[in-house]
Design a protein around this ligand. Structure first.
Ligand code: R5P
Length: 284
């Protein structure tokens, strides 16, 4: 059993290989003059863990090429961040079901697919093979504990991610709630917790993904107006598109944390322990 990864996931793949005490295969990457990707894996293995987060189209192509290079192996495919999982519905005629299209090609020829806090669990059905979605909630709880906050309130930005807020809160014995949006007028919206007051409290807004940071920064500003002592934020997947990190900090958020499912400067905790613990339980 060996591990190999796309360029996007080399740090997490290295950590996983170390945690499992198995070799990490070196890969040579190049681009042809026309922009096409070339790769060559330096070793083979009968059983292979292939890892690659899909944030961009090049990430997807790298992962498909890497899978093809190991076609004669038994493949366990780990997709820490599964892009396109938010495009899981057709709203208008003529639109693709993008999550299905991407999962369908990724799942082909893989013995199993492992994801981490995938945005929408129904997407797992499109891989066409055995799937497992792992949660980093206990690691997120551990990271929050490191911040030494005073009885923090764990808030989900909507009802959809309340399951994650509850799991995280449960790991530290904290309170949880979710944010509710009330439209006050055509332009004015009030965001506040459904039940719990934030006055004089340390608040942690959690989410599976921070993309533009719009949700978190708008909520943080409102929570501070409502008297929160400090607002921190933690997510699983730090997509951090279009200046999101600066947007978060300039809104007054005290700290930003994400996992290494996408390697970022604010990746303060690693998914490797959860992945290695899971991989040890399956017959490889
Ligand atoms: C959406 O349902 C996700 O769970 C996140 O809440 C969303 O992706 C955050 O987006 P943004 O950072 O752009 O507000």
């Amino acid at each position: 059993m060996k591990v190999v990864s796309t360029q996007r996931s080399q740090v997490l793949a290295g950590r996983l290989a170390t945690a499992m005490n198995i070799p990490l295969i070196d890969v040579r990457w190049q681009k042809f003059p026309d922009g096409e990707i070339y790769l060559r894996a330096e070793e083979s293995s009968e059983q292979i863990i292939i890892m690659g987060s899909v944030l961009t189209s090049d990430d997807l192509v790298e992962l498909l090429l890497l899978k093809d290079a190991f076609l004669s192996s038994e493949i366990t495919l780990i997709i820490p961040y599964m892009g396109y999982a938010r495009q899981d519905k057709q709203f208008n005629p003529g639109e693709p079901l993008s999550a299905r299209a991407v999962a369908g090609i990724l799942g082909m020829n893989a013995k199993r697919v492992v994801t981490i806090n995938i945005h929408e669990k129904t997407v797992l059905d499109h891989f066409g093979t055995t799937t497992t979605d792992l949660s980093l909630s206990s690691l997120m709880g551990g990271r929050i504990a490191e911040l030494s906050l005073d009885n923090p309130l764990i808030l989900s930005p909507d009802e959809g991610a309340l399951y994650l807020a509850r799991d995280i809160a449960g790991s530290g014995g904290w309170e949880s709630d979710y944010l509710q949006k009330t439209r006050l007028s055509g332009e004015l919206v009030r965001i506040e917790p459904k039940e719990v007051s934030v006055r004089s409290r340390d608040v942690v807004i959690i989410d599976d993904i921070i993309s533009t940071g719009g949700t978190q920064s708008t909520a943080a500003k409102m929570l501070m107006e409502q008297g929160a002592k400090a607002v921190h934020t933690i997510c699983v997947h730090g997509v951090l598109a279009t200046g999101a990190y600066a947007r978060l900090l300039s809104s007054g958020i005290s700290s930003v944390s994400c996992s290494d499912s996408i390697e970022r400067a604010c990746s303060t905790y690693s998914a490797a322990p959860v992945l290695s613990e899971y991989l040890r339980t399956i017959p490889l």
